[in-house]
Design a protein around this ligand. Sequence first.
Ligand code: NAD
Length: 458
Amino acid sequence: MTATYEVIDPATLEPVGDVPLHQPEDVERAITAAQGAGRAWAADREARRAALRSAADAVDAEAGDLGRILSLEQGKVLAEAVQEFRVAAGLLRHYADLDWAQSETLPPRDGRQVQVQYAPVGLVGAITPWNFPISLLAVKLAPALVAGCTVVAKPSPSTPMSTRALAEVLNRFLPEGVLQVVTGRGVLSRALSEMPGVRKISFTGSTEIGAAIMAQAAPTVKKVTLELGGNDPAIVLPDADLEVTAQRIVASAFRNAGQVCMAVKRVYAPRELGGALTEALVAAAAALRVGHGVAEGTTMGPMHTSGQQQLVKDYVAQAVAQGGRIAHGGEHGTSLPGYFLEPTIVADAPAGSELVSCEQFGAALPVVAYDDLDATIEALNAQEFGLGASVWSPDLHRAHEVASRLEVGTAWINQHTVVELDAPFGGWKGSGLGRERGRWGLEEYLEPRTVNARAHTD
Ligand code: NAD
C-alpha cells in the first residue's frame, strides 16, 4: 500500500487531507503507462479536442467544490480559488478551439517538395509551484494535450490535493495513461526531469530550481520550458493619477497575499510624488481584510509557508533598519495561528535593500523614490529578472515609449498582472525560457519534422 502524507491549511495549521507519498518507482510506472497510451492519443486530433471541451464543461460545473479544496490547502480567498478552476476551463476550451496546422507545404523548388509536419513532443513532465497550482498547471496541460502529448504532473508537495481533484475530473474524459499525477516530497521532485522516457519538462517555479532542472534534464537532452521568478516594478510617471494608480497597484501587489510571480513587487515613484502616492497606497491597502480564505469577507489570506512569511518579515525589518518606514501593516493581523502578515507598505525603501532587489514573494510592497527615469530603467534592465513591469501615466504615447525600453516578457500600461489567452507570457533573462499561452504556448509541445521529397527518377 502506498504511504501517505498530510496536507496542512496555512491559515489554521490544521491538516486538511492526505495524499500518496509516491516514490521514484511510481514515476517509472507512470512513464510506462503514458508510453502505452501515447500513440493512440496522438493519432486523433478531433477526439482530443472533443475530450478537452467536455472536460472544460465539467471543471466549470464543479468549480465551487474544487475551489474549496484549493483554498483550504493553499490559503487563497475562496472566490480566487474558484476562479483558478474557471481559468483552467477557459484554457482547455481555448486550446480545443485553436486553429493550427498539423503540416504546411513550402513553395516548390527544383523538383523537390518540402513539407513541415508538426508532431507532439511526447511525454511531458509538468512541474508546478504552490501559488497557482491549477491555472499554472492548466496553461501547460491544455496545449500539451491538444498537441497530442501525454502528461505526468507533479504539483508542489504542499498543494497536491487540488491537482489530484482537477485530474480526477479530466480523467473522466481522457483515455487511461494520458494524464497522471504523482505526489510526494524530496527525491520525487527530481525524478521526472532525470528519468529517460520523459521528452520535455514544463516547469513553473523559482529561478534556482529552474536552473537545477536544466542541469538534471541535460543528460537525457530533454526540452524545457521554464516560467521562473520575477520582481516586477511599477514605474509611476510624474503625471499619473495617484488614486487610480494606487488602487490598481494594491490589487496586483497583494493578490494571493503577494505570492504572484507577475505581481507588482516594488513601486518606483518620482521623488516629489513619493509621499502622496504612499498615502494613496495605504488607503487602498487599508481596505483589505486579512483572514481565512474560506471565511466570508476575507480579501487576503495567509502566506503559504512559514519560510515565506519569515523571509518577507526579515526583508521588511532590514529595509526599515536601512532607512525605510512601515507606512501600513507589518503585524500578524488576525487571531488565527497561520502564516499571516498584514498588507505591508514600506515607504522610502532604499533601492539597494533586499526588499527591493530580491524576489520577496509576499505581502509587502516597497516604495522607492527615483530622480532620473532613464537611470532607473537602466538599473532595472541590468537586474537578473525580466518577467514583467508596468508604466503608469495618462500620456499613452510616453508610456509606450518607456514600455518599449523594458527588458521584460510583459510590459503593462496603467495595469499589472493581466494576461491574455492568445498572447505569449514568459520571462526574459533569469525569468525563464520559452513561452506559454496562445499559439506560442502550443509550439512548445510540437516537434517540427521536415519531409523533403523528390521523384524517384527525374
Ligand atoms: P519552487 O521552485 O521551490 O518549486 C516549484 C516546483 O518544483 C515544486 O513542485 C517543487 O516540488 C519542485 N522542485 C523542487 N526541487 C526540484 C528539483 N530539484 N527538480 C525538479 N523539481 C523540483 O517554487 P515554489 O516555491 O513552489 O513557487 C514560488 C516560485 O515560483 C517563485 O519564485 C515564483 O516567482 C515562481 N513562479 C513563477 C511563475 C511564472 O509564470 N514565471 C508563476 C508562479 C510562480
